[in-house]
Write a protein that binds this ligand. Structure first.
Ligand code: SF4
Length: 1011
């Protein structure tokens, strides 16, 4: 075993850091090391995790006399190797900030002040509020007379700040109470990643992991400013560059990522599909694709059914009355046995690859250039460099973030990157894949645990009223295939759903009562219960109260003038957070008389990261344990404790008083006390009876060793099948592992299989059986992920333990898709089987040169008196606004704006604009300006810069401006949120709002009188 720094401490039994840092191999100069060792001498050292981006940097927290005295990067953490960005480096000041919420605070209806209350008083009243509202509004049946068992007038929003364990008990509580208005930050940051990547490959997660970026030969960063927003991911881009890779940054503005890339290509926000569609055309026309991979592993050879067509921007099957597509028009052609028909010669005109070629034929260099504003030379430069990775021994990877997701075509932006990577054979290999760089610290984990209305934990659709019993539901959502070589892993769904229900309802979930299926609230089919709709219904007085934890929607949700008014209409509100923010204090925002706001507010002080233990999952699916270093500050508590107490208080009231449909609450197998590690075990799952599998006996109460052993007969539990295998009888809590040992083969690509644990089954690179040929021989002998040797796979955990395709019992490599192939043609999304360029909902153009269809025909449009949209090419609002984050602040900034150093570095709201636009508008650098849209106005300091240039779009100069989205009115006292001007329009698949492109105008502040 390789002795890591942590391992050394363990072996030598050194619990306190009495050793000089230099002795432990930290790369500090002698003087710095001496100073640091003085500060931390005698301190206890505890491993925690940065609570900001999804790199999940491990940190060492030094504690003396019960207080945090130092926080620094963990040199054993393979991704950061001890580094921290500005935010991570500020952790100590944030944990010890005098601005922290440390006492429960109560704001009475109409009051202009907070009052301190004790926990008991708060919890008792909160439980009463929840129960009374639920009893008043509970619906057993919907308008169609179907059983639904739900309450619509209460919501839950947030939080990706919670641990996996907190998320698991939260989800269980929310469903037991019957809530359907249930959503969290993933909706507004990365919700398109799941349906896009799942449609391509079968799972909705980042395919590779952060260290693996260093194995790439070409890196395309698009829709991301990785150097500033996921700094430790960029470390591995630079590592690849050092080894000869070309790093390309395609983004509307020049940033630090551009500065350290090989080159930057500016692009008009909202035109990524045009840019990448041109690349698909280039690949197909110039035969740059990896032919064997495409034929054997993708659905390129599948025959598309005759009903399919694409005309003038519209796919077949559009129902104008319903405003949606009938997707049956996109089905594949099948033979009499139900097998999809294929032509592996790729000659049939209805082969996916030929249909695709026809589709992208319109994406000429001229047309793409005129729409995106990218010169033809730059287009060709990117296309040539990236498509050179279509060779078997080359790898190209793509990094994206909110620059792709936050569009009315967010899902299809990501889908198109999946098409490119399939054509080039870049999936499953080292240095390849698609890096969905998630936003919040545990947004991967909280998405897995589904703090989202439409999923149950583990990516099972929430039942709608169409399913009145479990078997109908499972039948509808369990795919089948006629192809014996397809694994079709989702065919196991019944085992995971039944195990989930068993974990939620224990002995009260029996075969006779469908394992408690009807305790789970049912949605109405076709109804959207996500963020924008929650606020719209709140605005229309249909929602009365709710819970909001670790979330700042009055700052971070688009069209915030409407959101804030909607928030005013609530009767009661429970919030948990670390600091005050624009949402906790909405009732006293500028321009509002608190007397007019009726909301009763309960504000619960939350423990911060180093004050609690549990796991988070970073974007690379690494489930990592963090330890409690100190007690929660003041009277704050971890959110898991809050959820469990809240639920148990409500449960107590139902047990005493009865009320509306108490069964889901009373009969829940819910913990009496929140204890993180016991929940990790519940997430993993247990056997509920003595069970013999393949001659091995598993006793009742034993942990299930992996999800292949979960059952659909009630003999197992698991709160999330993806995590089954994370806690074993033999190995214990695998998320705590710190072993850096690797075989030479693993070390060559930096796999680190002994560090923490990764779902599924500790697999580090998804779809890795596509990194070998049909005989199990790696395509790239220099960067082997897995290899078939002596009758078994070595290297990473193979994605399906089956033999290679050519051998007996061999299976296709994409085990999570129904037909075993990755999907170039994806028949399951709301807006088409191929990505198509449509203009953003607000566009400076009056014509879409790709078709007669200007906008995504099925995008979600919210309608109210506060939801105006500018018309195409509206002369009043000629400028495109895009939004972004900063390295110093995180998301809404509600935490980082409390860090003195962070605030000093980035102290105020600003707007970046080109010299040309500034001149046109008579604006000078540093002047205060107003940015205005049809939704409202906001104020910012002008930053006149060469980082943003005017675009030549369809022979016309088009200006773009950019604003950070991390500021708000509470602090610092200059500037408010950019979302006062953004638009409530959503992608049709996930309803993520279009933050990244809307129309505005800008002028000097002295020309306006009020905001
Ligand atoms: S914000 Fe991200 S990159 Fe920065 S220290 Fe935290 S986890 Fe690491």
């Amino acid at each position: 075993m390789e002795l890591s720094r942590r391992g050394f401490l363990k072996v030598t039994g050194v619990g306190a850091t009495g050793l000089a840092l230099s002795q432990l191999g930290i790369d500090l100069g002698p003087l710095q090391a001496y100073a640091a060792s003085m500060k931390i001498e005698g301190a206890k050292e505890v491993i925690s995790i940065c609570p900001f981006c999804s790199c999940g940097c491990n940190v060492l927290v030094h504690v003396k006399d019960g207080k945090i005295v130092n926080v620094e990067g963990d040199p054993d953490f393979p991704i950061s190797e001890g580094g921290l960005c500005a935010k991570g480096a500020s952790l100590m000041s944030l944990h010890t900030s005098p601005e922290r919420l440390t006492k429960p605070l109560y704001r009475a209806p109409g009051s202009d002040k907070w009052e301190e209350k004790d926990w008991d008083w708060m919890m008792e009243r909160i439980a009463r509020r929840i129960k009374d509202q639920r009893d008043k509004d509970f619906k057993v049946k919907n308008a169609a007379g179907q059983m639904v068992n739900r309450v619509e007038s209460i919501f839950h929003l947030g939080s990706s700040q919670v641990t996996n364990e907190e998320a698991a008990v939260l989800h269980q509580m929310v469903r037991a109470l019957g809530m359907v208005h249930f959503d969290h930050q993933a909706r507004i940051c990365h919700s398109p990643s799941v349906p896009a990547l799942a449609e391509c490959f079968g799972r909705g997660a980042m395919t590779n992991h952060y260290n693996d970026i260093g194995n790439a030969n070409a890196i395309l960063i698009m829709g991301s400013n990785a150097a500033e927003h996921h700094p430790m991911s960029f470390k591995w881009c630079l590592e690849a560059k050092r080894k000869g890779a070309v790093v390309m940054h395609v983004d509307p503005k020049f940033s630090r990522t551009s500065a350290r890339s090989n080159f930057h290509v500016p692009i008009r926000s909202g035109t990524d599909i045009a840019f990448m569609g041109g690349m698909v055309k280039y690949i197909l026309e110039n035969k740059k694709y990896f032919a064997d991979y495409v034929v054997d592993y993708t659905n390129a050879s599948f025959l598309v059914g005759e009903k399919y067509s694409f005309k003038d921007g519209m796919f077949a099957g559009f129902d104008a009355e319903k405003g949606k597509y009938d997707k049956s028009a996109w089905a594949f052609e099948k033979d009499e046995k139900g097998m999809v028909k294929r032509d592996t010669t790729l000659k049939h005109p209805r082969c996916v690859i030929n249909v695709m070629k026809d589709h992208y034929d319109r994406y000429t260099l001229d047309r793409v250039s005129s729409v995106t504003g990218v010169s033809k030379e730059d287009l060709l430069k990117v296309y040539e460099i990236f498509t050179a990775t279509g060779a078997p021994d080359k790898a190209g990877t793509i990094l994206y973030a909110l620059g792709w997701t936050q569009h009315s075509v967010g899902v299809q932006n990501i889908r198109l990157s999946g098409l490119i990577q399939q054509l080039l054979g870049n999936i499953g290999i080292a240095g390849g894949g698609i890096n969905a760089m998630r936003g919040e610290p545990n947004v991967q984990g909280t998405t897995d645990h589904a703090l989202l209305y439409g999923y149950l934990p583990g990516y099972h659709s929430t039942p709608t009223a169409d399913f009145q019993n479990l078997s109908d539901y499972l039948k509808a959502y369990t795919p089948t295939t006629a192809d014996p070589m397809s694994v079709n892993w989702w065919g196991n769904r019944p085992k995971y759903v039944v195990s989930l229900l068993k974990s939620w309802y224990g002995d009260n979930a029996t075969k006779d009562n469908d394992y408690g299926f009807n305790y789970v609230p049912k949605m109405d089919p076709g109804v959207d219960y996500s963020h924008m709709y929650i606020f719209d219904r709140m605005y229309k007085d249909e929602i009365k109260g709710g819970l909001c934890f670790g979330h700042n929607p009055c700052q971070s949700v688009p069209n915030s003038n409407k959101v804030r008014k909607a928030w005013d209409k609530l009767d009661w509100l429970v919030m948990g957070d670390v600091f005050h923010n624009e949402t906790t204090d909405n009732w006293r925002r500028p321009g509002v008389d608190p007397k007019t706001v009726k909301t009763e507010v309960f504000l619960l002080p939350s423990a911060y990261r180093a004050e609690k233990d549990g796991t988070i999952s970073n974007s690379g699916r690494w489930q990592m344990w963090h330890y409690k270093a100190v007690e929660p500050l003041g009277n704050s508590r971890d959110m898991g404790t809050m959820f469990v107490e809240m639920m148990n208080r409500v449960r107590g009231l139902y047990a005493k008083e009865g009320g509306a449909y108490p069964d889901p609450i009373i009969k829940a197998d819910y913990p009496e006390k929140f204890e993180a590690e016991s929940i990790t075990k519940r997430i993993n799952g247990f056997f509920t009876q003595d069970t013999e599998i393949k001659g091995k006996l598993y006793k009742k109460g034993q942990l299930v060793p992996g999800f292949p052993l979960l059952m659909d007969d009630g003999s197992t539990t698991s709160m999330n099948w993806l995590y089954t295998g994370c806690f074993t009888e033999d190995g214990g809590n695998l998320s705590k592992r710190r072993d850096l040992t690797q075989t030479p083969m693993q070390a060559k690509i930096g796999l680190f299989p002994g560090f923490a644990w990764a779902w599924p089954m500790n697999r580090r690179i998804l779809y890795n059986r596509a990194s070998v040929d049909k005989n199990g021989v790696p395509f790239n002998p220099d960067k082997v992920v897995i290899e078939w040797k002596d009758g078994k796979w070595i290297g990473d955990i193979a994605d399906g333990a089956y033999p290679p395709m050519s051998m007996e019992g061999g299976k296709y490599p994409f085990i999570m898709t129904t037909e075993g192939h990755s999907q170039l043609f994806g028949p399951g999304r709301a807006d088409g089987p191929f990505p198509e360029h449509y203009e953003p909902a607000e566009t400076p153009l009056t014509v879409n040169p790709f078709s007669g269809q200007m906008h995504n025909p099925v995008m979600k449009i919210i309608k109210s008196d506060m939801d105006q949209l500018a018309k195409n090419g509206d002369p009043r609002f000629p400028i495109v606004l895009t939004t972004y984050s900063l390295v110093e602040h995180w998301c809404s900034g509600s935490e980082t704006r409390n860090g003195p150093a962070l605030l000093e570095a980035e102290p105020q709201q600003y707007v970046e604009m080109s010299h040309e636009l500034a001149k046109e508008k008579g604006i000078k650098n540093g002047e205060v300006v107003i940015i205005e849209s049809l939704r409202g106005k906001t104020e910012a300091v002008a930053m006149v810069t060469v980082r943003i240039r005017p675009f030549n779009i369809m022979s016309k100069t088009t200006h773009l401006i950019g604003m950070p989205y991390c500021f708000g009115w509470t602090k610092p006292k200059c500037g408010d949120t950019t979302n006062r001007v953004t638009v409530s329009i959503g992608d049709p698949n996930t309803s993520i709002p279009e933050y990244k492109a809307c129309l505005v105008n800008v002028y000097k502040a002295d020309k306006v009188t009020e905001l």
